[in-house]
Write a protein that binds this ligand. Structure first.
Ligand code: FPP
Length: 245
């Protein structure tokens, strides 16, 4: 149990300042590997384990949504070997999730344009999401695959234009055509590895998110690190463009 959880328990408080939705850019896998003279793919492999661990911790804390950037629309520019290694990790993760979802109590959803992925991966995604639909748990992990914030907005606008019965275009309407339809916007966006940019991640949804940056590389990110982010978040004064009451 991490510090944040322990403190809250001790205080006998509900986790009132716990974000409902945490989003993470899982950055720094390549640098983690290079520091150890390992191939970049080794960093992704440990990064996938870190994701499992953090998803499980989010479930323990009662976080409702954890969204991670696993593969962006720009990541196709990487070497064939690296792309295929990330796809293999996703395959392996989904295969394991199909068997363990009931036990782990974390639903899984994929966000992004999956139409260009290999057929076997698309089938695994369909099976994972079908099982997720039968699991009644508070926590959902969203894996962004072939995801880009700009592409998502274009996709939503096109879907709205193609929908004969669509209501007038408002912010609420458009939100209902995004991959995240029905979910709250992320309260907290975390980017490890010392990079301070958004990289086309959840552009629409992060309009009022709090941001947390740390130098820790994603494979080294752990429960304590998430506690630190949650403690920083709990101290933030969120005004959503208004003034303090
Ligand atoms: C960014 O680090 C990471 C990625 C582009 C890939 C993330 C993928 C995984 C962690 C594996 C698959 C995920 C799951 C959930 C099974 P980087 O490679 O850009 O690192 P660098 O900036 O240090 O080079």
């Amino acid at each position: 149990m991490g510090i944040f959880n322990r403190k809250q328990k001790r205080a006998g408080q509900a986790l009132s300042v716990l974000p409902r939705h945490i989003a993470i850019i899982m950055d720094g896998n390549g640098r983690w590997a290079r520091k150890r003279s390992l191939p970049r793919t080794a960093g992704h492999s440990v990064g996938a384990e870190t994701f499992r661990r953090i998803a499980s911790y989010c479930r323990k804390l009662g976080v409702e949504y954890l969204t991670v950037y696993a593969f962006s629309t720009e990541n196709w520019k990487r070497s064939k070997e690296e792309v295929s290694s990330i796809m293999s990790l996703l395959r392996r993760y989904l295969m394991e999730a199909i068997d363990s979802m009931e036990r782990e109590q974390v639903r899984i959803k994929i966000l992004g344009d999956t139409s260009v992925l290999d057929e076997d991966l698309r089938e695994l995604i369909d099976r994972t999401e079908a099982i997720s639909g039968t699991i009644h748990t508070k926590t959902q992990a969203n894996l962004c695959i072939n995801y880009g914030g700009r592409a998502e907005i274009i996709h939503a606008v096109k879907a709205w234009m193609g929908d004969k019965g669509a209501p007038e275009l408002t912010e609420e309407t458009l939100a209902n055509y995004l991959y995240t339809a029905g979910m709250p916007d992320p309260d907290l966006v975390i980017r490890p590895s010392g990079e301070i940019r958004i990289s086309n991640f959840l552009l629409w949804q992060s309009a009022y998110s709090e941001f947390y940056f740390t130098d820790t590389l994603w494979p080294d990110f752990d429960e304590r690190e998430l506690d630190r982010a949650l403690e920083a978040y709990a101290r933030r004064d969120r005004r959503f463009g208004g003034v303090k009451g």
